[in-house]
Design a protein around this ligand. Sequence first.
Ligand SMILES: [Zn+2]
Length: 213
Amino acid sequence: MSSDGPAENGTKRVKAASSPYRMMSSEDQAKALDAVRGLLSLIGESPEREGLLRTPERVLESFLEMTAGYRDDPARILAGAVFEAAEAETVVIRNLQFHSLCEHHLLPFYGLAQVAYLPAGRIIGLSKVPRLVDCFARRLQVQERLTREIAEALQAGLEPQGVAVVLEAEHLCMAMRGVGKPGSRVITTSTTGVFRQDQGRRDELRLLLGRQG
Ligand SMILES: [Zn+2]
């Protein structure tokens, strides 16, 4: 996935040819634009006022970008990035930023992922781990499932002795609405193999991730 590059100063915005919105049929585009306009009308706005004229298109572009994980394949991310290695100590990739959308409110939740694994003769190219996290984060999610899907994909693709994934996130559906508790964090964990079964490895993990409990 490449970025669009700088295009701020042009009179006409340069669109990436691969923009999923641009690749929709004009019939689907029209349907989707109408749906967003309908929502705007429903809250009492006028989709025809100047500030909102291009909003439906922007909403669709960003919505498709935030859900790009549906068009990515975790097996393909890992393929070709797994290397034979004699290392047999735990590898920890810390503080990977992620952004996701809660499937109940379509509001963002975001935070940091910690990913650890204990190799069994093979290691993975480190740049693939954030891509794997994004592949699942950029879908409609609940945090618990997101955590488990990352752990299971890494376990399946790398077949290590064990995987541990810890996510800590703030949910805007908790901060902006409902119970209205900004600043609260949700922590979820998912473990496989030795990190589930072996108390010594669990203790080591707690030390590496620097948290109690
Ligand atoms: Zn929610």
